[in-house]
Design a protein around this ligand. Structure first.
Ligand code: HEM
Length: 446
């Protein structure tokens, strides 16, 4: 069968597009993907990127032909921080570690984490005064880091190591900027940022190694950390401290900023849609009246979940899924050649009007069970799909639902940020500037 030539993306080769690519590779990749239609390619020197947006081809790449791809090399920059953890590893290491980590994310474990998420959400609310102005993204990061720490490691990392959450942020910022750094002149400001970034990584590393050593000396707990320490492969091999360290840091990285980013956008959207805020408050109030406030595994707030899924549609925390073809791979009428990078973006996929009519409109009703069932396979992919899909997807859905509903019971977040806030695509889809909210206590106003 004769294959068609992949259409060239308009921006290819121009000097300005190369400059854009060096300045912020993530933003550039996202722009390419949004311009690609079903499929499009960008070539510059040795770099060959193929953007794919058509659901059935995405399904073919991520699921049916998954073994013909490895993680995109750009993703590997993260390993400066996460080592060879699940996010970046490939081959036998990935297979072994994914298998060992999986039990911590089984349904029963996720249900057990509900109380942790609810308690942390209540503590966040209690720490705010009525009328206080908060930096929304910072508060969400603090909250989600607390939840990951307590749920997976039975510890609040900020209590173990002062400034832990700030250091994780700094380290991530450093990793985010790494690809740009090589191309820029080595000016003092950058050297300073480099020193700060590496120092933050070293402090996180020390805190996590301390956590591992302390746990080795203590009785096992029913958590992810003890599970990793006790884990043995079929050949009786257990994980080294370095391997455990990589997976622990990976969970902090993968499990907190993504959720925090989605929640930041969610509260920004909800503050601009009073009817959605009213719906959330109604659901929380009715659950309270019915005495349904348990977080013992039975917590279920269908409307809060719909709002969370719709926020993730518009602002998927992980907005790029990158692969590299190991061999020539036929995709529809085309061939993705060996070595090419494949870029799949939940962000552009979720804005396809053929899948989501009026895609810019924020409408949680898109995620009623009937509407969700009608979506095409691979049409909604905030957690990816296939063997490399997010291991924490169910965790994130549980956590988001609980935080949104617990907030709706107690507080209203009023947006006081002037003007529109745009996106700043780095590792996650961050807001381009600080979003400020005024906290209004609902109970105080009744
Ligand atoms: C709204 C929140 C989240 C979003 C949008 C998200 C999204 C994603 C995406 C798109 C991937 C990559 C899929 C691929 O390359 O095919 C991924 C992988 C991963 N995520 Fe998440 N994630 C979220 C929350 C979490 C949480 C809460 C955890 C853990 C506590 C987590 C842990 C991971 C890990 C370990 C991987 C690598 C899995 C592997 O390659 O085996 N994520 N996530």
């Amino acid at each position: 069968m004769k294959h068609r030539r992949i259409p060239t993306l308009g921006a290819s080769r121009s000097l300005s597009s190369l400059f854009e690519a060096f300045k912020n590779p993530s933003a550039f990749l996202l722009k390419l993907s949004c311009a690609a239609g079903d499929i499009g390619e960008f070539k510059a020197g040795p770099v060959h990127i193929v953007c794919v947006n058509r659901p059935e081809w995405v399904q073919a790449i991520l699921v049916e032909q998954a073994s013909a791809f490895r993680k995109m090399p750009a993703v590997k920059t993260l390993s400066v921080f996460t080592g060879d953890g699940l996010l970046v590893s490939d081959g036998a290491t990935w297979v072994k570690h994914r298998r060992l980590a999986a039990p911590a994310f089984h349904r029963q474990r996720i249900l057990a984490y509900q109380a942790v998420a609810a308690q942390a959400a209540r503590e966040a609310i209690a720490s705010w005064q009525d009328g206080q102005v908060i930096d929304l993204e910072r508060e969400m990061k603090r909250l989600t880091l607390t939840i990951v720490g307590r749920a997976l490691f039975t510890r609040d990392m900020n209590e173990i190591a002062e400034g832990f959450s700030r250091d994780v942020d700094r380290a991530l910022d450093y990793v985010n900027n790494l690809s740009g750094r090589v191309t820029l002149p080595v000016v003092r400001a950058i050297a300073q940022r480099e020193r700060e970034g590496l120092a933050a990584i070293a402090r996180v590393d020390a805190a996590v190694r301390g956590l591992i050593q302390a746990r080795r000396a203590q009785p096992a707990q029913a958590d992810f950390l003890s599970m990793l320490l006790a884990a043995q492969t079929e050949d009786g091999e257990s994980l080294s401290d370095d391997e455990v360290r990589d997976e622990v840091i990976t969970m902090f990285v993968a499990g907190h900023e993504t959720v925090a980013t989605v929640l930041t956008w969610l509260f920004y959207l909800v503050a601009r849609h009073p009817e959605v805020q009213a719906g959330l408050e109604r659901e929380a109030r009715e659950a309270c009246i019915a005495g349904d406030t348990q977080t013992d595994g039975s917590f279920h707030r269908p409307y809060a979940l719909r709002v969370y899924k719709e926020a993730m549609r518009l602002y998927p925390g992980g907005f790029t899924i990158g692969r590299q073809a190991i061999q020539d791979v036929p995709v529809g009428d085309y061939v993705v050649p060996a070595g090419a990078w494949v870029m799949i973006s939940p962000y552009s996929m979720h804005r396809n009007p053929a899948i989501f009519p009026e895609p810019e409109r924020f409408d949680p009703e898109r995620f009623t069970p009937e509407n969700e069932r009608a979506l095409p396979r691979a049409g909604y992919i905030p957690f990816g799909i296939g063997p490399r899909a997010c291991i924490g997807g169910q965790f994130a859905l549980m956590e988001g639902q609980i935080i949104v509903s617990t907030f709706a019971e107690h507080v209203r977040l009023i947006n006081i940020t002037p003007g529109e806030v745009g996106i700043s695509p780095l590792v996650t889809l961050r807001p381009s500037r600080r979003i400020e909210m005024r906290v209004e206590r609902i109970a105080d106003k009744r």
